[in-house]
Design a binder for this molecule. Structure first.
Ligand code: FPP
Length: 236
């Protein structure tokens, strides 16, 4: 196993390129997502084995509903399949699952499975695995503002209590460290509304590899590159 000089506490990944991978292999897009789910499985396992504190994966954005119904259905099916087949192993590995996003907007079956996974693993103390489903970063910030306003209205909070930490405590990621390393595969260089607040000081990496081909060697390369970057957080 590789040794790392300095590991990020929180890794976030935009798993991009499943569609292009499928096209390249003359397969249906759903097969790209299926292959992408295999990559996701091994990256989760490795993150847990390396002792990374938190891993956040962008599985389905609020904008992804605009895709063809068959593709949306395939993704929803994979989400169901993934949680049903992996939950025992993840629980055994002490992984704590949290869903980032609006679960109320999901089909009933998916909502149930995701809530069960969160409930079952909620007290686990290992890798904090966050899966963003029906997630949008701006919507998340708007939700946090709404929650804070409600508290102020009820007298539970004062306007002067509202600082950066207070906002962070009302996001889906409350209690987690900020993102240290953001990886987006497939060479695209955009944040696409992912963890906007939490990525304020993240290091960004954009490997050219398509997500289904993102293997452990590619992950280790990104982790090593992170270790050699100098982070100043605005200082000198
Ligand atoms: C982006 O590739 C990827 C997605 C929109 C979905 C990511 C989902 C998975 C990897 C699997 C399902 C998730 C779980 C939790 C089981 P793209 O299709 O936009 O790629 P393209 O830009 O090449 O078309």
């Amino acid at each position: 196993m590789s040794t790392f000089e300095k590991l990020p506490r929180h890794v976030a990944i935009i798993m991009d390129g499943n569609g292009r991978w499928a096209k390249k292999h003359k397969l249906k897009v759903a097969m790209g997502h299926r292959k992408g789910t295999e990559a996701l499985r091994s990256i989760i396992r490795e993150s847990s084995d390396l002792g990374i504190e938190a891993l956040s994966l962008y599985a389905f954005s609020t904008e992804n509903w605009k895709r063809e119904p068959q593709e949306v259905e395939a993704l929803m099916g994979l989400i169901l399949e993934f949680f049903s087949s992996e939950i025992d192993e993840l629980d055994e590995k002490n992984v704590c699952i949290r869903i980032l996003g609006d679960k109320a907007g999901l089909p009933e079956k998916q909502r149930q499975v995701l809530m069960e996974a969160e409930e079952r693993t909620g007290k686990n103390t290992g890798l904090k695995l966050n899966i963003a489903i029906n997630y949008g970063g701006r919507a998340e910030i708007a939700m946090a503002v709404r929650k804070i306003c409600e508290k102020v209205q009820k007298g539970e909070m004062q306007p002067e209590d509202i600082d950066e930490g207070a906002v962070a405590r009302h996001l889906y990621t409350h209690g987690l460290p900020d993102v240290d390393l953001l990886i987006r595969t497939s060479g695209e260089m955009r944040l696409s509304n992912f963890l906007l607040y939490q990525c304020a000081y993240a290091e960004f990496m954009f490997p050219a590899v398509l997500w289904p081909d993102f293997d452990l060697a590619a992950y280790h390369e990104a982790l090593h590159a992170f270790g050699s970057r100098e982070r100043r957080f605005g200082g000198r």
